[in-house]
Write a protein that binds this ligand. Structure first.
Ligand SMILES: Nc1ncnc2c1ncn2[C@@H]1O[C@H](COP(=O)(O)OP(=O)(O)OP(=O)(O)O)[C@@H](O)[C@H]1O
Ligand SMILES: O=P(O)(O)OC[C@H]1O[C@H](OP(=O)(O)OP(=O)(O)O)[C@H](O)[C@@H]1O
Length: 214
């Protein structure tokens, strides 16, 4: 049976919509009253797991799920050993550096040597500041990173920006874009190579559904 792992949160509604377009209905996961973490679609064709965003690549890496849907930002942060199959188009955002509007900084290169940068994306932040040859201290946080500069804990943040509303409402401005992100289809490399459970047919159907939606 085909197995798919889906992320709770921002990417879930579009992920469910895409799977529905290829005949797999996991809309039970969208019901706020639902507590099931594993469901089989009504046709008995495929099983889906619902996990925290960062855990999606783990289930695919270990082969418990043949397919997964996850943001490119998470792939850049965790660098999991999975096959990258398709850009799904939704979940558009970018990874950016931001600072307080009232600060003198207008670019990452303006930041002081050994300044602090708060982020959930420690690896991406480290890689970016290393590429600038600017030594900074990365302060790991789990969310609401905008509070770093607001409280004075850090000079800057590295975080996802979509509409820019969160930054604006918290008096921050974007200075540098590290990369753009969208949701991606990933696969367990061995299942993909061996084409278990007609995986390649499902992948083709998903790619066609994405092309039609574009
Ligand atoms: N504002 C946004 N607009 C569009 N896509 C976003 C936005 N914020 C995040 N994303 C995308 O959706 C993914 C999931 O984000 P979400 O906010 O649901 O999870 P999270 O809070 O990072 O995860 P968790 O709750 O497990 O810590 C991100 O990895 C990114 O690819
Ligand atoms: O540019 P915007 O459209 O305002 O979106 C950006 C916000 O979305 C994400 O937050 P999320 O909802 O994931 O909460 P978090 O801060 O807990 O990560 C991100 O971390 C920003 O805070």
């Amino acid at each position: 049976m085909l197995t798919v792992v889906l992320p709770k949160g921002a990417l879930l509604p579009d992920s469910i919509r895409l799977l529905k377009a290829v005949g797999l209905d996991f809309s039970v996961f969208l019901d706020p009253a639902n507590r099931l973490l594993q469901i089989t679609d009504p046709t008995g064709t495929a099983k889906a797991f619902l996990v925290r965003n960062y855990d999606v690549p783990v289930y695919v890496e270990y082969g418990q799920a043949q397919l997964g849907i996850i943001g490119y930002d998470v792939l850049r942060e965790k660098v999991p050993q999975v096959a990258h199959l398709a850009d799904l188009g939704f979940g558009k955002c970018r990874m950016s550096v931001a600072v307080k509007q009232s600060s003198p900084y207008r670019s990452a290169l303006d930041l002081p040597l050994y300044g602090r940068v708060a982020s959930k994306f420690v690896h991406c932040s480290r890689e970016y500041f290393d590429s600038l040859d600017l030594p900074v201290e990365i302060v790991p946080l789990y969310g609401s990173v905008e509070l770093g500069p607001i409280t004075g804990m850090s000079e800057a943040i590295v975080d996802l920006v979509a509409t820019g509303t969160t930054l604006r409402e918290n008096g921050l401005i974007e200075t540098d874009v590290l990369f753009e992100s969208t949701a991606r289809l990933i696969a367990h490399p061995l299942s993909y190579r061996l084409n278990t459970d007609s995986l390649s047919e499902w992948i083709e159907k998903l790619r066609s559904a994405v092309a039609i939606a574009a």
